[in-house]
Ligand binder design. Structure first.
Ligand SMILES: *[C@@H]1O[C@H](CO)[C@@H](O)[C@H](O)[C@H]1NC(C)=O
Ligand SMILES: *[C@@H]1O[C@H](CO)[C@@H](O)[C@H](O)[C@H]1NC(C)=O
Ligand SMILES: *[C@@H]1O[C@H](CO)[C@@H](O)[C@H](O)[C@H]1NC(C)=O
Length: 530
């Protein structure tokens, strides 16, 4: 991929004055990615070379490389936007910003920046509804041509980026591809195409259904986990009591801390969420809202399955339709009464490969050095992991991305591969999440955000990696889902606020450097480069 990417490499000026993208998203879009005729003229030649190379490869090896199954069909690259709702200075926000930067994610849009939440009539002074309305306004500001852009949204104060955007983006497309096959199998082709059912939004999954009762749709009506039924041993999906009754449950329920989706699908979902939040100002949390929407979607899918099932499905299911009866009649009726589509394209990341919420997984995770073979073997034996699919090995979609450390010769960095750095990994499932969501709270575990900050691979070198990041031109983030994925922002070393104004790192994170960098070297100031 590398030489294919270099044509998009671009010197970019730090801190130009007018945030054009905020006022004219379409103009910004065009300017960024079809900027010069010369570049545009080279594109067909490069695509031809790429296709030729793929075909040659297939011809000589007999089997295609992975990319041949997902050819680059859309020539206009898509943009990736990183949204982090957060209202004020906080070291935890800065840990997310630094991680995102050193890994090469787009500069975040920090939404609700500077807002205060003290409306006594609203839950948490209105901060939960603001998370929904802030993101919703951003999505409304994008033009319809950007509907297939990708949005990554993370909670502001407890998420750490760990793996490159390429890994996250490929996993997003892979999760959706497998989910869409599953949905087609379960609902039938006719129902799926009549109702345009297609998964486009992936939320984190967690082990406990919260905050609803077990017999509410967001709990009982949602699909089963796709993880193996014995993933946590013989006690899988049973209450093991003690300090952590949910420990052995496979994640099956929505967690709203991290979500990835297309701009178009997310806009529709956030509009619904905002309407629900306004109707019931005491809704509790955004997770409550998104979970309810997910529950209604699953009920709705059963409504349309019964309504639009093809006559061949009717005949083959006449004697036995196991799905019929799985959803209570009263819930089906409530969704029918809504008289609008409850299909939002929502699904979950059961494997925790995009994001792992640590709550109820407290005892599943380890910092794994994959090149430490004796340790990895020991864990595979100790945890009785003999299934090849969840054996502890460094996943290929991590290993193939640019190495965590490379040296330019003068920066005192030792080059290291992914197998040589500690990666926070779910040992029973074998998945290393792209994003760690530190939401565990048992026994004061929220303090892990301080206690284990120096364990994440980039922390001890964060300052020099930030400098390296500023020195490195932006490149294509990934080629996935038939498309090239690019950075939504050509500026780096800071964030944007709700109106698109650029805030240099120091403005947002000044005062947090002792905790974030832990090197006593004072503020980190972005150096401007021509
Ligand atoms: C989910 O799993 C349970 C227990 O294995 C099973 O009884 C149920 O039918 C499954 N539900 C669906 C929708 O597959
Ligand atoms: C659906 O609408 C009908 C007619 O308005 C009403 O009688 C019924 O109670 C509603 N059902 C539910 C579950 O909301
Ligand atoms: C190497 O990187 C460091 C940190 O980014 C920078 O200060 C230095 O100038 C770079 N050296 C070269 C030779 O590019």
């Amino acid at each position: 991929m590398t030489n294919y990417n270099t044509m998009y490499e671009k010197k970019h000026d730090l801190l130009p004055q007018s945030p054009r993208w905020a006022q004219e998203p379409a103009f910004y879009h065009i300017r960024t990615y079809s900027s010069t005729r010369a570049r545009a003229a080279r594109l067909p030649a490069l695509i031809a070379a790429f296709i030729f190379a793929s075909i040659t490869f297939v011809f000589f090896t007999g089997t295609g490389p992975d990319m041949s199954s997902t050819p680059v069909t859309q020539t206009v690259p898509g943009n990736v936007h990183l949204l982090i709702p957060a209202s004020g200075k906080d070291e935890n926000l800065c840990k997310a910003i630094v991680g995102a930067a050193v890994l090469g994610y787009p500069s975040p849009k920090v939404l609700n920046w500077g807002k205060t939440f003290n409306d006594a009539h609203l839950v948490s002074g209105g901060s939960h509804i603001a998370k929904i309305s802030g993101v919703s306004s951003y999505l409304e500001s994008l033009s319809p041509e950007q509907d297939e852009d990708l949005i990554i949204m993370t909670d502001g104060y407890d998420t750490w980026f760990q793996l490159r955007p390429e890994t996250l983006i490929e996993r997003y497309f892979d999760i959706n591809r497998r989910a869409n096959e599953r949905i087609r199998r379960e609902l039938g082709d006719h129902v799926v195409s009549t109702n345009k059912i297609e998964q486009k939004i992936v939320f984190s999954a967690q082990k406990r259904c919260w905050p609803w009762a077990a017999d509410a749709a967001p709990c009982y009506a949602v699909p089963n986990s796709t993880l193996p039924e014995d993933i946590f041993g013989p006690d899988t999906d049973t209450d093991v009591g003690d300090r952590n009754p949910y420990l052995k449950f496979r994640p099956r329920y929505l967690n709203s801390g991290v979500v990835v989706g297309t701009a178009g699908a997310m806009r529709v979902m956030f509009t619904e969420a905002l309407n629900r939040a306004k109707k019931d100002p005491n809704f509790g949390s955004d997770q409550n809202i998104f979970g309810s929407i997910f529950g209604d979607q699953e009920v709705y899918r059963e409504v349309v399955r019964q309504r639009d099932m093809s006559w061949t499905d009717h005949i083959s299911l006449r004697s036995e339709d196991p799905r019929r009866g799985s959803i209570r009649e009263q819930d089906l009726e409530a969704v029918r009464n809504m008289t609008r589509s409850m299909e939002f394209g929502i699904g979950l990341d059961y494997e925790g490969s995009i994001s792992l919420p640590t709550v109820f997984s407290e005892d599943d995770t380890e910092w794994v050095n994959f090149d430490n073979t004796p340790w990895v073997d020991f864990y595979n034996v100790k945890r009785n992991i003999d299934k090849s699919q969840n054996k502890l090995v460094l996943h290929q979609d991590i290993a193939k991305t640019p190495a965590p450390f490379h040296s330019n010769g003068t920066d005192d960095l030792e080059a290291k591969e992914w197998a040589q750095v500690p990666l926070f990994t779910n040992v029973p499932t074998g998945y290393t999440p792209a994003i760690i969501h530190h939401n565990a709270h048992r026994d004061g575990m929220k303090n892990l955000r301080r206690k284990v900050w120096d364990k994440i691979w980039f922390q001890p070198y964060a300052r020099v990696l930030m400098d390296q990041y500023m020195d490195t031109p932006l490149t294509t983030l990934a080629v996935a889902g038939g498309r090239q994925w690019r950075n939504s922002d050509e500026w780096k070393g800071g964030v944007r606020d709700d109106v698109g104004a650029w805030l240099p790192y120091q403005d947002v994170c000044g005062g947090t450097e002792d905790e974030v960098f832990r090197d006593g070297n004072g503020p980190w100031i972005a150096q401007a480069h021509a």
